[in-house]
Design a protein around this ligand. Structure first.
Ligand SMILES: CCCCCC/C=C\CCCCCCCCCC(=O)SCCNC(=O)CCNC(=O)[C@H](O)C(C)(C)COP(=O)(O)OP(=O)(O)OC[C@H]1O[C@@H](n2cnc3c(N)ncnc32)[C@H](O)[C@@H]1OP(=O)(O)O
Ligand SMILES: CCCCCCCC/C=C\CCCCCCCC(=O)OC[C@@H](O)COP(=O)(O)O
Length: 233
């Protein structure tokens, strides 16, 4: 097979895997928890964590002991590809939902499983609509002790740099008065590059730049005080 065909086949298999795993997980979630709840994320997480073996992906972590924040927080990370979801599930804390574009809801069983897991869907084309949804999320985070994972670039970017951040994650942290935890995925470019039709096995480092104790704080955030000087920036 040509490299292009192999690449397409691997991506096709990934989509099929996501669809099949979602179709399998949805009834399990419904039987176990009856409907849409973040508790379903455990079931989803355990299934997605097996995908790495199929693709020969390894995930290493660094500094994630600082990632164990009690209570609600906003997690922000870079977004390179649809494979990010596998790394996310490797380290996803309990009680954590993601923000996703609403188009994902229409991907059949994948949309259903995201809905059941509590993913918050936003309409990126309507700032006012997204803002309304996000305001509700701030309250829910506090009421239900939920963490929220946001890809603040707002779209995938495999160029090895960061797009300018959208502001929603930061408004959310201020509104809920919770810390922001940054998580960085190392570059996928040595093993995954759609432009070069490259998709081989590889290792991803997931780290949080908290090693020397700084949490990305928005100035004036009272949560900054709660974290103590070690984690101030
Ligand atoms: C079992 C096996 C299963 C297998 C398959 C399973 C699959 C999945 C399982 C679950 C895993 C899910 C993983 C999902 C990952 C999905 C990832 C994505 O979809 S990424 C795309 C969507 N995400 C985002 O867009 C990130 C969040 N976006 C934002 O936060 C944006 O800021 C926004 C959408 C709220 C608005 O964007 P935009 O208008 O384009 O730009 P801004 O510059 O950010 O804002 C414009 C002005 O509005 C102000 N603003 C923004 N937010 C608020 C707010 N909440 N309150 C008040 N004001 C706000 C902002 O300040 C700007 O005004 P300015 O005057 O310039 O300050
Ligand atoms: C019956 C309808 C069937 C529809 C079939 C669709 C098949 C697709 C199946 C699986 C795809 C796997 C999805 C895994 C979830 C990953 C989420 C993700 O990473 O979305 C990209 C989004 O962050 C940014 O989007 P853009 O970069 O702006 O674009």
């Amino acid at each position: 097979l040509s490299p292009a065909a192999r690449f397409q086949l691997k991506i096709g298999l990934y989509c099929a895997l996501c669809l099949a795993a979602s179709a399998l997980a949805a009834p399990l979630c419904l039987l176990r928890h009856g409907g849409r709840t973040v508790r379903n994320m455990r079931i989803i997480k355990n299934m997605v964590k097996t995908f790495k073996y199929i693709y020969g992906l390894r995930f290493e972590t660094k500094g994630l002991e600082n990632f164990q924040v009690e209570g609600p927080c906003v997690i922000v990370s870079n977004h390179q590809s649809i494979l990010d979801m596998i790394g996310l599930m490797e380290i996803l804390p309990d009680n954590c939902v993601q923000i996703g574009k609403k188009e994902l809801l229409y991907m059949g069983p994948v949309g259903l499983i995201m809905y059941l897991g509590g993913v918050i869907f936003i309409n990126r084309k309507s700032t006012s609509n997204a803002k309304t949804v996000m305001s509700g999320v701030a309250q829910t985070m506090l009421d239900e002790n939920v963490k929220v994972w946001v890809y603040p670039e707002g779209t995938r970017n495999g160029n090895g740099d960061l797009l300018p951040f959208k502001k929603g994650a930061f408004h959310l942290a201020i509104q809920a008065q919770v810390p922001i935890i940054p998580v960085v995925y190392s570059s996928f470019s040595s093993f995954y590059n759609p432009a070069k039709k490259l998709f081989i096995s590889g290792t991803v480092l997931l780290s949080t730049p908290l090693v020397y104790g700084w949490t990305l704080c928005v100035s004036g955030l009272p949560a900054e005080e709660k974290l103590g000087s070690r984690q101030r920036c």
